[in-house]
Unconditional design. Sequence first.
Length: 121
Amino acid sequence: MIGWSKTMAMGSRHSRPSSEEREDELDGHGHLWLDVAMKRVGVAELKDQLSKHLRQVEAGGELEVTDRDRPIARIVPVQNQSRLLIRQALRPFSAIRDRRYPPAGWAVSSTELLLEERQGR
């Protein structure tokens, strides 16, 4: 079987080598690293199987998204520290629902500012 680098040199349009071709080129550790460290997926496959890929990322995997074999994005799991913290309200919304604030009293109206901005277009 022809190795992946030889296949690419011959002008093949394959985006990734088959597992057999990779085994010809890499030792066992390199092969494992390619398959476990980060998975590469094209945009079309990502769209077709989005839920499956997101579950893999949620489980700790990383995903590199490619467009025509060019990496364009990386999807990684959210770190626990960066998750939003939901806090209890200090007072119920009903306590401030009907509150009204006085006008700002600026020297220029928002309508005048809008018209001035549009004149530059």
